[in-house]
Design a protein. Sequence first.
Length: 173
Amino acid sequence: MGPWDHEDTLRLILGYALLEDLALWVVLAFATALATSATLAQQHVTSTVSSHVIGTLIYTLIGLFLAPGLLKRLSNANRNVLYKASPVGYAMAVLMMYCAIAAIFEVNLQFAALLAGYGIVGGLYGTQRERFSTPIDAISKVSFGVFVPIYQSGRKAPVFRAGIAFVSRKDSR
């Protein structure tokens, strides 16, 4: 096909989509911080917005540049008993770690999930993609089999939503 094959074109498109998503998440972080600070009335709006944006930026830089290399070394380590015992358990632990760190920095969890997927496959070049394809596929099957139907039934069924509201009110008493 010439100097460009389908794989290079696909990488270019996906790389651009990733950068576009990152830019949109930064804008979302700024908008979220602005909306949060608007409810704070007389408090320092600038410091609230800037701290939220700086926290998101730090998390993004760590997730893009430091974490993939660190995770690659950690998953390849001989002493990594969690990976040896259960690759799916190791992948879940990494995903939970990303979420915990995102919560510390008050970063949107969907953005944390994006960076977690990016980090676990080895970053931009996807050096760990082959190695983690089976564990990620297992996690995906469980999530699509369990959590997506629960979410969809909760969105579409008013009886289900009313039942959840009733249970949550009952527990809060």
